[in-house]
Ligand binder design. Structure first.
Ligand code: CS2
Length: 502
């Protein structure tokens, strides 16, 4: 089978869409840090639509911050890859729609050549530097959102600004070079699942710049823009089987396709230092304030996703669709949204929460994604604060009970055990894994008790000011005891009957 390549687009299956424009004419207007699957199914797809409508300024330079695998696979395809949009037909049979995306024109691997990344940030045509570096990529304290100047990568980058490792170090060194060369300020745009992601990014960049050179920090603060955005599309990790299936359907070998659901949402603040693509052509909305959209999405989608992932992974339900097909889990997730999350959300123009909830349950039931519960379970220390604990704080402050929210937090704690209910061991994949699993062993590992729950809650990077909160501790104890003694299924049944509430 031929490799996917611009010279051989005519051999592709007739129903695969391909770039309807001259890729040679693309300028490189966007530098993207963290060219993983999510970005290629989201930002790149929306940018492709703007380019296809006739604006060639927005070719993308994709930067990998760690591994060379994306560059290695995509270079041989001249940057082309397939986006496979998967769902099921009316009979429940999986189906996919293929689109070859052409927007990625250059690929860099930061550790191999950090200078090339700084050059790209400084280049005249660059207008936007966007980021999908995951929560931990911000080197911040998850509970407060502030950059950690003692984070090993930040310590390194402050000492070696010419060869940065962290996204924050790269941005500041790239901007320093850009300003030294007399070029205009940029838009720095986070697409990660953090609340006020633009403000978190701005805070981290300015704090780092301040430590390097206060005049540079002022220049960045005055000229650069940091729009916040809410991004939503489920993009599971691509497997070898997916690569084979996509290549087969495409009629050419694609070693680096991405999969996604049909659903796409992106509310981005219209706050740019210079031009930007018309991403509305690819389904985006420009809004004045993204925060209410972020809160909605982080709490409803990511909050329930994480709850489902910890419960599902412990029960041995491997994928999201398998988990949501369990009536007790489905009932719990639905009630979690309706009874505990939705009352904390502000009204938004055009938002119908019951319809949003029903649609989300349908997205989770998509049988064609095989989104693994353990994948969503990773990096819990970075995810819990914005996904679960914000809702918990709001409800506790209003004197409202949190029985179902507490079950999600308890399931995360239980997951730190490292063995599921079927006796299957797994590695807890989290930048705080060593501390957290040790804390678990010392406390809950000895059996859930009031003291053990308090010990877990005192883990400040995750729980911050919730340490010592007696109401939350009491709400966690019942679910934890039940998860340990009876397992996920019986605990869900009990919670659904209204038992275990503190
Ligand atoms: C998921 C998200 O892996 C995870 O933690 O919750 O990646 C989720 O699929 C997306 O945010 C959906 O937009």
């Amino acid at each position: 089978m031929h490799r996917l390549h611009p010279l051989y687009l005519d051999i592709l299956s007739a129903d695969a869409a391909r770039p309807p424009y001259d890729r040679q004419r693309l300028q490189l207007g966007i530098v993207h840090l963290g060219i993983g699957a999510f970005m290629r199914a989201h930002l790149a797809a929306a940018t492709e639509a703007a380019i296809a409508a006739g604006d060639p300024r927005w070719g993308i330079v994709g930067v990998s911050l760690r591994q060379p695998d994306t560059r290695d696979a995509l270079q041989a395809q001249d940057g082309l890859y397939t986006l496979a949009i998967r769902d099921a037909d009316a009979q429940g049979r999986p189906r996919q729609r293929l689109q070859v995306i052409g927007a990625v024109r250059r690929l860099l691997v930061a550790p191999e050549n950090p200078q090339a990344v700084l050059d790209a940030i400084a280049a005249t045509d660059t207008r936007i530097v966007s980021l999908t570096v995951t929560e931990k990529g911000y080197c911040h304290d998850p509970a407060t959102g502030a950059l950690r100047l003692d984070h090993p990568d930040i310590v390194h980058d402050l000492a070696h600004p010419e060869a940065p490792r962290s996204a924050i170090g790269m941005l500041v060194s790239g901007l320093r070079r850009r300003f030294a060369e007399g070029r205009s300020p940029l838009t720095l745009m986070s697409l990660d699942n953090l609340p006020a992601n633009g403000r978190v990014l701005r805070g981290a960049v300015l704090r780092f710049a301040e430590a390097v050179d206060p005049a540079l920090a002022r220049r960045i603060a005055d000229g650069c823009r940091f729009p916040s955005s809410m991004v939503d599309r489920i993009v599971p990790r691509t497997t070898d089987a997916d690569r084979a299936a996509v290549s087969q359907a495409l009629g050419a070998e694609d070693r680096w396709p991405v999969l996604g659901e049909p659903f796409f949402d992106w509310a981005v603040e219209d706050e740019f230092a210079a031009d930007r693509p018309d991403w509305t052509l690819g389904g985006a909305r420009f809004v004045a304030d993204a925060e209410p959209y972020e809160r909605l999405k982080l709490r409803m989608v990511n909050g329930t996703h994480s709850s489902l992932a910890y419960l599902g992974a412990m029960a041995g339900w491997q994928t999201v669709d398998q988990a949501i097909a369990q009536p007790a889990l489905r009932g719990h997730i639905e009630a979690l949204m309706r009874d505990e999350i939705e009352p904390t959300l502000a009204a938004l123009p055009g938002l119908d929460l019951p319809a949003y909830r029903t649609n989300l349950l349908a997205r989770y039931a998509n049988p064609a994604l095989a989104h693994r519960t353990h994948q969503i379970a990773m990096d819990g220390s970075q995810k819990l604060p914005q996904r679960l604990l914000g809702t918990v704080r709001d409800r506790l402050a209003a004197g409202l009970p949190v029985p179902r929210m507490a079950l999600g937090v308890a399931a995360w704690m239980h997951y730190l055990r490292g063995v599921d209910e079927r006796g299957q061991a797994y590695a807890v994949d989290d930048p705080h894994a060593a501390d957290l699993t040790a804390l678990y062993q010392r406390s809950l590992g000895q059996g859930a008790s009031a003291e053990a729950v308090q010990a877990m809650l005192s883990y400040a990077p995750v729980f911050g000011d919730l340490a010592g909160n007696a109401v939350l501790a009491a709400a966690l104890l019942g679910p934890l005891q039940s998860l340990q003694a009876r397992g996920v299924q019986a605990t869900l049944d009990a919670v659904n009957r209204g038992e275990l509430a503190a």
